[in-house]
Design a protein around this ligand. Sequence first.
Ligand SMILES: [Zn+2]
Length: 479
Amino acid sequence: MKQTNKHYVSEKENDKQRQTESGRGRQRARVSPPTSLREAGAKGKERGSAMAASPLPFLLRLRALTLALTVVAAAGKIPASRTPISRDLYHSSDSLLLEIKDLVARHSEKLSMDTIRASNKGYSAELFVVTFNHVKESVDNGSKVHVLLSFGQHGRELITSEVALRLLYVLTEKHKIAGVDLSSFEKMLENLVIKMVPMENLNGRKRVEAGELCDRRNGRGVDLNRNWSVDWGKKEKDYDPYEENPGFAPFSEPEAQIMRELARSFKPHIWVNIHSGMEALFMPYDHKNTTPNGASAHLMRSVLENLNRRHFQDSCLVGSGGGAVGYFAHGTTTDYMYDIGKVPMPFTFEIYGDETASNNDCFKMFNPVDKTTFDRVINKWCMAFLILFEEGLRNLRDAQLVSQGPLDNWVPIGGDIVEQSVARKIGRERRKLEGLDLGMQELRTYFRLFMLSTFLLMFMFCTRISSNRQRDSGNIFST
Ligand SMILES: [Zn+2]
């Protein structure tokens, strides 16, 4: 179905177009249509009065024609109308949160919720983290695969948080997606601990709900997917501060700090950053045009390709974010999760994009606006996550990154391991230097022994010569 090409209008490309055509912009787009019309009308009036004073009918007709053309030209500049948030389809952030809380209360044996707050330089943020852990005595908690999912990192991508909510229902209450029986996944789910952040950018989302439909940044204008430390702050030629403001330092934003701590403590094996703007399954890297080398990259690619084949009929774009989209993003979460967090399977999923939406019609560009598409997208991606979990679990076990059972086979992956490996590396370097030092000492000792033995040999040689001479001279005297 070549959805890949169809949706090959990346979020950023859309953003760029929006920026260049309407955005730098955006105020101009907002103001210009009525202004243009008003200007045309005013000019028309003036011309009308001038025409009435003109005695020449030909000139009158000419001016009328000019006026008509002016009005038509002005009308051509009117941007397409902006689609408002479909309140009948989409939850408000408050109602979404309430519904999640109700769900957690109803399924306390499987779900729990934490609220984490942080602040930095006068700006505060609050994140809600829902944990799914189906505790069974037959399954050792230590052998479970850890999955961390974040939705709504960009404020305007409301559809992602709706997927989060539906996925929670799928995990707990609804045993079918679009009529498909999910009982075959039940056993697999017992081997997972899933942590979900349904609205990573709650402050930014509230701005969108208040009417800033094109805003993707957090509550103080920072792009949370540019605030992480890998390749942070690098700016491409087409850098656009409205879209990609990385903040004043890596992890300057409380939302990013909370997510980093969550990843450090939870040590996920699978991380997915869920966005909208196009349809794609991305792996690292975002900041360069390559995927990582070696077995880990092979593992990630294999999981994504299986998911693409099994669920999307190979229609999704698969590859590195930087390579497949055609632009580089610096300081992204997924690159950090791979390079620093050592998460074996870090992904970015782009779940929906409408390339027919006009450049400043952001809600429509990033979110389905009719019920059929809304349900289709949600069902499709809920099922995609179940298949991802299944593929991830199998591949992680095959690669022996997680054990089949007992706790002592457990190989945790995460920040502590990074620190340990750094410590180990420093230790190795130190031992190397120590070895070098020892070698120098040995050399010195050998040199001294060599000099001593040479001296002894010389001494013996000289003694021998002198004794021979004495003997020889004695012989002379004796002969
Ligand atoms: Zn996004």
